[in-house]
Ligand binder design. Structure first.
Ligand code: FE2
Length: 376
């Protein structure tokens, strides 16, 4: 779970050299941040929170911060044809640049990770305004993606110094999205174990689950995946790599269109997936669909569940069970024109796993889309 505990309950395990309090925010570099912010607000139910741009002294870019419960997105665009944001967008299209993590001591997070081999992206930097100070720093991970460490314990403003409060006339109603459950990275051929080792060595994560190409293969394409978790389990990063199949792996299609490694999907938690997905669909969010036959044998596979099969079938929600309980999940179609980033909506009812039982039905649905694009 990537929720941030209220102050006072925040505990670090003594052996954890990188205690993380949760996901702070996810920053996307996009082609048109104003329009992206509108899309995420209108379609997904985020509210306006903060803004930075020329009006606040940031000359080369504009950033819109939107929030829903504990889920914070920053949408950033370049105002110039050159520079890091413009170059990232030209190469990758819209995508995730930063997975930012909340810490109690950012300078220590930077020291602990860089002395263990992480490449620095940003040295510890103090930002101040009338609401206090934020310390932030960052390291590189796969592709052009980075992790920022954000220390905000001495800050009471809405987001961060350099941003002004962003208020809009009409606000979107929440769709019940709560917080980041996990963030999945797609890496290149034979690179999964390198990044597993990176998260182990540099960030002290553990490999809690592995899926090989036998678990995740259809008639045509395959991938392998390992799930990395930090010590308290608040932050989970599954890492996928393509595997050989008869046709092109979905991970390979991603790597081709993203022009390299990057974030494949962000999984977002809800406490009522039927209500959330009903609302998202009514607002035009598109989801992958599995064949109706998936539901015919569902109860045999997962046993008794609280939800009505009829509404799950109608909405296309998938169910999987493990030793501890069950989970419900559904995946959006890509969120931009390139077949790269998408979201997962997930409701956990005891299960802490990732829906292995749905992989086959799901990947067949993905491949139907891939084939329509001529990329299978
Ligand atoms: Fe996922």
């Amino acid at each position: 779970m990537s929720t941030v505990l209220p102050a006072g309950k925040q505990q670090a395990q003594p052996t954890d050299f990188l205690p993380l309090l949760g996901t702070d925010y996810i920053e996307f570099y996009v082609g048109n941040a104003k329009q992206s912010a509108h899309y995420y607000k209108t379609a997904f139910g985020f509210q306006s929170l903060a803004y930075a741009g020329p009006e606040t002294g940031m000359k080369d870019r504009a950033s819109y911060v939107i929030r829903q419960n504990k889920l914070t997105f920053v949408l950033t665009t370049s105002l110039k044809p050159e520079g890091p944001v413009a170059e990232h967008f030209a190469r990758h299209g819209d995508g995730v640049k930063c997975i930012s993590l909340t810490v109690n001591d950012a300078a220590d997070a930077w020291k602990q990770t860089t002395t263990r081999g992480a490449k620095s992206y940003l040295q510890p930097t103090v930002l101040k305004d009338e609401y206090g100070e934020i310390v932030l720093c960052g390291i590189h991970t796969y592709g052009d993606t980075v992790h920022l460490f954000i220390e905000r314990k001495n800050y009471s403003g809405s987001f961060m110094p350099g941003y002004e409060k962003w208020e809009t006339e009409s606000e979107s109603v929440s769709t019940g999205l709560l917080h980041v459950d996990h963030c999945v990275g797609n890496v290149g051929w034979n690179q999964m174990n390198k990044w597993v080792k990176f998260y182990e060595d540099v960030m002290g994560f553990k490999n809690i689950l592995s899926f090989d190409d036998k678990d995740i293969s259809t008639e045509y394409s395959a991938l392998m995946s390992k799930v990395m978790s930090n010590g308290n389990g608040y932050v989970k990063f599954p890492i996928n790599e393509p595997a050989e199949g008869k046709k092109k792996s979905q991970v390979e299609e991603y790597l081709e269109y993203y022009k390299g490694e990057g974030v494949q999907h962000v999984a977002i938690a809800t406490s009522n997936i039927v209500e959330t997905v009903t609302e998202l669909q009514s607002r035009g969010v598109e989801f992958l669909r599995v064949p109706g036959s998936y539901y015919d044998s569902l109860l045999d596979r997962v046993g008794k569940i609280d939800e009505e099969i009829g509404s799950l079938r109608e909405l296309g929600i998938l169910v999987d069970r493990d030793d501890e309980g069950y989970l419900l999940q559904i995946f959006t179609k890509p969120l931009q024109d390139r077949p790269t980033l998408f979201f997962e909506i997930i409701q956990r009812k005891g299960a802490r796993s990732f829906g292995k039982g749905n992989f086959k039905a799901l990947f067949e649905a993905l491949e139907r889309e891939q084939e329509r694009r001529g990329n299978l």
